[in-house]
Design a protein around this ligand. Structure first.
Ligand code: ADP
Length: 551
C-alpha cells in the first residue's frame, strides 16, 4: 500500500547511509585516552555496507524469518552492525548479558533455540569450551576476531564472513509485519527466573525516534557508550543514534574498572555530548577525582534505578544537562521522563533536585498509556500519598514473554502491562516510584500497618555527607520469628572508618518518622546486577545470617 510501510529501525541505516555517507557513525576511544580522537572511524556508508553483508552472511547460513541469532558481545562495532543485519532478514536479536555464568548463558541460548551465535573472541571461551556447549541447539558460531587467533575448529570468523559478501542486500525489504519480533531481551532476574521479553519492529522504531527527541540527539551528537548494549538493546539508543546520523563512541572494553578519572578526561577530549548509565555509574563518574570541565553541557540520562536527589544536585552544580527516565525491559526501556518545568529552576537547589528525582510523565513515544491504579484498576488520586501499581499500554510495550504463556497472561492482562512497580501520583501529575511491589516494606505503626518505601529511606540516608549509597530492606516478622519488622540499612560509606551506625541512627531520627527509621546499619559494598540494580534478594539473606549471629 502506498501509504503504509511497516516500521522497522533497519530503515534508519538505509537512510543515514545515503544521507550521511561520509559522516562518522562509530568512533573508537582507545586507552590511554591521550591518543587523539579519532583513532578509527566507521562512516555511515561503511556501517551500511557491513550490516548488509552481515545480513547476507546470515541468509547464507540458512537463518530464516523469525529464527533467533544470539549475541554475546561487549559494546562494540559488531554489536551495532548486528542490530541492523539480524532484523534485516526478519531474524530476532537475542543480546545476552556477558557477565552471566556459562551455565546460565547456555541455558538461555537453549531456551530461545538460537540458531547462530555471534561471540567476541574474548568471551568465546566461556561458551565454546564448556562441556554443555555440545548439547546446545546452535548450528553455527561466528567468532569476532577469530582469524587473528584461530583457536577453535568448526567456527566462522566474522571479518572473513563479511569479506565474502558484496553488500547489495537492502536492509529494508524483508520485514513482513511491523509487529513481528525484532528482539528477545532477557530480564535480569531480580524478580525471578529471567523472562524473554519480545520486542517488535514497530515499538523499536517508535522508541528510537522518541528517545532521540527525549534526550536531544541530532547529527552533531557524540554519544559515549557506557550503558551495556545488551541491556534492552542499549535502551534503543543504537537505533536512535543511527536515525539522526549521530556518532556513537565505543570504548575498547566495556569494563571501565578504576579508570573514571581518565574517562572524565576523555569526555572533553572527544567532545562527548551524551552518555547514559544507571545511577551507580553516574555517581562514580561524578565522584571521580579530576577536572570536571568535560561535564559542562554534557547530557547525562539515567534510569534503571532511582537517582538520589543529592546526586542530581551534584550534577546540576557541575553544569550537566540531567535527564531522569524510568522504564523496563517490557517497555523497550525508557517510557517515563521527568520533564523539568521552568519554574523549578527558581527553587532552592535541594527542592529542585527532589522534584527531578521523581520519575515524571509519559515520554513522547509512550503517549497517554501510563496509569497508577489501585487493586480494582481505578486511577489513584493525585494526592502525593496513595500508592498504586504502574500499568502501561501503547506502541512501545512488549508483546509478551517468549515461550512463557503463564507469565505473559499474568503480567499482560486486560489490555495493560502490569509493571509490579508501586508509585504515587503528585498533584502536578508526576509519578514517583516508591518500590517494586515485592520490595515494599510492611511495618507496624501506632495505628496499624503501613507500607513504607525503601527508596524514601535510602534518599534520606544519601543526604548524609558520609554516605555514598544505601539500600534498605525489611525483614518480616515471619522471617525473623519475631513480632515486628526489622528495618536494615546497608550503607556504602565514603569513609567507613569514621561513620558509625550511631551517627546514622541520630541522623535518621531527625528526618524520618520513627517507624521508618532503620534499626540496624551495616557497612558494606552493595551487590549489584550488571545493569546497576541492587541485589536486595542477596541483602535479605545477608541480614538474616547476621541476625542469626546476633548482631
Ligand atoms: P529486571 O531488573 O527484572 O531485569 P529491568 O531491567 O527491566 O528489570 O528493570 C526495570 C525496573 O527497574 C523497573 O521495574 C523499576 O523497578 C526499576 N527502575 C527503572 N527505572 C527506574 C527509575 N528511574 N527509578 C526507579 N526505579 C527504576
Amino acid at each position: 500500500m502506498h501509504s503504509y510501510i511497516p516500521l522497522s529501525p533497519t530503515t534508519f541505516l538505509e537512510r543515514s547511509g545515503q544521507a550521511f555517507p561520509n559522516r562518522s557513525a562509530i568512533g573508537f576511544a582507545t586507552a590511554p585516552w591521550a591518543i587523539a580522537y579519532p583513532d578509527k572511524i566507521v562512516t555511515y556508508a561503511e556501517l551500511l555496507h557491513r550490516s548488509r553483508c552481515l545480513a547476507q552472511v546470515l541468509k547464507r547460513l540458512q537463518v530464516g524469518y523469525g529464527d533467533r541469532v544470539a549475541l554475546l558481545t561487549q559494546n562494540n562495532q559488531q554489536t551495532i552492525e548486528a542490530h541492523f543485519g539480524i532484523p534485516a532478514i526478519g531474524a530476532v536479536i537475542v543480546a545476552l548479558n556477558p557477565w552471566l555464568a556459562a551455565q546460565d548463558l547456555l541455558s538461555l541460548l537453549n531456551y530461545c533455540e538460537a540458531k547462530v551465535l555471534i561471540v567476541d573472541a574474548s568471551l568465546s571461551e566461556k561458551i565454546l569450551l564448556n562441556p554443555l556447549f555440545a548439547l546446545s541447539h546452535l548450528q553455527q558460531v561466528i567468532v569476532i576476531d577469530h582469524a587473528a587467533n584461530p583457536i577453535y575448529s568448526g567456527v566462522l570468523d566474522y571479518e572473513t564472513c563479511l569479506a565474502g559478501e558484496n553488500g547489495d542486500f537492502r536492509l529494508d525489504q524483508t520485514v513482513v509485519s511491523e509487529l513481528d519480533p525484532l528482539a528477545i531481551n532477557f530480564t535480569s532476574g531480580t524478580t525471578g527466573r529471567p523472562k524473554g521479553v519480545i520486542c517488535n519492529h514497530r515499538g523499536a522504531y517508535l522508541n528510537a525516534l522518541g528517545q532521540a527527541l527525549m534526550i536531544g540527539l541530532n547529527r552533531a551528537s557524540k554519544y559515549l557508550w557506557l550503558l551495556p548494549m545488551f541491556h534492552v538493546n542499549g535502551w534503543g539508543h543504537i537505533w536512535a543514534n543511527v536515525a539522526v546520523g549521530a556518532t556513537q563512541v565505543v570504548l575498547p572494553d566495556h569494563q571501565i574498572g578504576d579508570g573514571y578519572a581518565d574517562l572524565i578526561q576523555a569526555l572533553s577530549q572527544y567532545q562527548i555530548t551524551h552518555l547514559c548509565g544507571a545511577p551507580r555509574l553516574v555517581r562514580s563518574l561524578a565522584n571521580a577525582p579530576g577536572d570536571k570541565r568535560g561535564f559542562r553541557g554534557l547530557t547525562i540520562t539515567t534510569g534503571g534505578a532511582a537517582p538520589a536527589p543529592t546526586l542530581i544536585q551534584q550534577l546540576d552544580e557541575m553544569g550537566v544537562n540531567f535527564i531522569h527516565q524510568y522504564g523496563l525491559n517490557e517497555t523497550f526501556g525508557p517510557y517515563v521522563v521527568c520533564e523539568e518545568q521552568e519554574e523549578w529552576q527558581a527553587l532552592p537547589p535541594s527542592s529542585r533536585a527532589k522534584k527531578r528525582a521523581r520519575q515524571g510523565v509519559a515520554t513522547i513515544h509512550a503517549g497517554t498509556g501510563l496509569r497508577v491504579v489501585d487493586a480494582d484498576r481505578r486511577d489513584v488520586p493525585w494526592d502525593g500519598r496513595t500508592l498504586g501499581e504502574v500499568i502501561v499500554a501503547g506502541n512501545t510495550v512488549a508483546c509478551g514473554y517468549y515461550n512463557n504463556p503463564e507469565a505473559t497472561e499474568k503480567a499482560f492482562r486486560d489490555g495493560w502491562f502490569h509493571t509490579g512497580d508501586m508509585a504515587i501520583m503528585h498533584p502536578d501529575g508526576y509519578l514517583e516510584i516508591r518500590d517494586r511491589l515485592k520490595d515494599l516494606i510492611y511495618v507496624e505503626t501506632d495505628y496499624g500497618w503501613e507500607n513504607i518505601s525503601s527508596i524514601e529511606i535510602e534518599n534520606v540516608l544519601c543526604r548524609h555527607e558520609q554516605v555514598r549509597e544505601a539500600a534498605v530492606i525489611g525483614i518480616s516478622p515471619e522471617e525473623l520469628g519475631k513480632n515486628r519488622t526489622l528495618l536494615v540499612a546497608f550503607v556504602e560509606a565514603r569513609d567507613s572508618q569514621t561513620l558509625t551506625g550511631e551517627d546514622l541512627r541520630h541522623f535518621c531520627g531527625s528526618q524520618l518518622a520513627s517507624y521508618k527509621q532503620p534499626q540496624v546499619f551495616l557497612f558494606t559494598d552493595l551487590p549489584k546486577t550488571a545493569t546497576g540494580k541492587v541485589r536486595k534478594d542477596l541483602l535479605i539473606g545477608e541480614a538474616l545470617k547476621l541476625y542469626e549471629l546476633k548482631i
